[in-house]
Structure formats: structure tokens, C-alpha cells
Ligand binder design. Structure first.
Ligand code: SIN
Ligand code: FE2
Length: 211
């Protein structure tokens, strides 16, 4: 929906890349700014933290979550947990974000986790599968804000050929169907490519049905 609450914004058709549906520039600039304002509320209740990988290394992204579950990682492994590390429940997923899921996901269930990843300009995310959820018929929907991120898509097993594309502020990507378990990652952020966030960097939201 646009700022006045109607559906008059003409949305781009998606382009399919290895089964992922890429909606370039799905969100208008006003919608991106409104989303960022929603996220400031979430971050006030559930501040970003630096997760540790199971092998003991700090991840270069900082993260937090909204929804019934938050994604978490430490020496004990990757998993979903019902509280922020401070002990409080995760705040609810903002309605504007749920609206994006409804528009593009193609499924009837609602997301139970909105993982918020903040990439400082030098952050990246290694190739991985999203497989901590119970039902792989449910897609993962990703929303990008801020600086451009170079997204790489691989295969259902590690290795093999890959394809890369830049994810820009306002882009939405649906990772579902036969492609739900494809490896993917972020190779790098292009600093100072977007003026949305005064201090730069990139935010990626991923919406997931967990149970
Ligand atoms: C992820 O795969 O969890 C994040 C992808 C992205 O940052 O675009
Ligand atoms: Fe992922």
C-alpha cells in the first residue's frame, strides 16, 4: 500500500532467477522510509546484538527479530528462540511488513519471525541454506533497505555454479517453492549507494514461518 493507504502504486512484475522471485523496487521511497520508522520501534524494544556462530566466531552482521520467534545462534547452534537475549519477548511484526508478506508470499499462513539483519559497510553473509524452519512449503520473503548488497544464489547442495545480482533498497525477494533450500549469501555491500539511512549500511528483513 502507498502512504495514503490505498493500492494505487503500480508494482513491478518479478523476475525469476533460479526459482527465486526478485521484485526490484517493490517499495516506493516513502514506503521504505515508513518501514525504517517502524523498525526503529522494533529496535528500541529489541536492540541489535552480535551473534556468535556455532564455531565461536562473531558474525559480521548484527541482528534482532520481531514476531513470536527470533532466530538465534551461539555455540549451541542455530535455532529459533522465544526471547531476545535480554530476556524480553520479541516485539510484534509491524503491520506494514505483514502486508508485504501477504502481497508476495502466495501462502495463507502468517510469518512467525521477522529476522532483522543489519550489515555495516564491511559485513557479508556466507553461503547458507535457511533450514531451521519446520515446513519448507512455506517461503522465506526478504526485504532490502539501504545500501546495495551483492546477493549470490547457488544450488541445493554446496558448490557448483552460482548467479549474482544486486539487491537494492526497496527490493523484495521470495525464496520458495522448489528453490526454498537453495544456498544463498551476501558477498559484499556497496557503501554509500543509498541515502535512506544517515549512517549507511544495509538492512535485510527475512520473514519466515517457523513451525
Ligand atoms: C539471509 O539470507 O538471511 C539474508 C539475505 C540478505 O541479506 O539479502
Ligand atoms: Fe538466508
Amino acid at each position: 500500500m502507498n502512504e495514503s493507504g490505498d493500492n494505487s502504486v503500480i508494482r513491478p512484475a518479478p523476475v525469476e532467477i533460479r526459482g527465486f522471485r526478485h521484485y526490484a523496487a517493490w517499495l516506493t521511497r516513502d514506503e521504505q522510509a515508513a518501514l525504517l520508522a517502524d523498525l526503529r520501534g522494533v529496535l528500541a524494544a529489541a536492540p541489535l546484538f552480535s551473534p556468535i556462530t556455532p564455531s565461536g566466531k562473531p558474525m559480521s552482521v548484527r541482528m534482532t527479530s520481531a514476531g513470536r520467534f527470533g532466530w538465534y545462534s551461539d555455540r549451541r547452534g542455530y535455532r529459533y528462540v522465544e526471547q531476545h537475549p535480554s530476556g524480553v519477548d520479541w516485539p510484534p511484526i509491524p503491520d506494514r511488513i505483514l502486508g508485504i508478506w501477504t502481497a508476495v508470499s502466495g501462502v495463507v499462513r502468517a510469518p512467525e519471525c521477522c529476522l532483522i539483519n543489519y550489515y555495516p559497510p564491511d559485513a557479508k553473509m556466507g553461503m547458507h541454506q535457511d533450514r531451521d524452519e519446520a515446513d519448507f512449503t512455506q517461503p522465506v520473503v526478504s526485504i532490502s533497505l539501504g545500501d546495495d548488497g551483492l546477493f549470490r544464489i547457488g544450488n541445493e547442495t554446496r558448490g557448483g555454479s552460482t548467479q549474482s545480482l544486486w539487491l537494492r533498497s526497496g527490493d523484495v525477494m521470495v525464496m520458495g517453492g522448489a528453490a526454498r533450500l537453495r544456498y544463498h549469501g551476501i558477498d559484499r555491500i556497496a557503501p554509500d549507494t543509498c541515502a535512506l539511512m544517515p549512517k549507511g549500511g544495509r538492512i535485510n528483513l527475512t520473514l519466515r514461518v517457523v513451525t
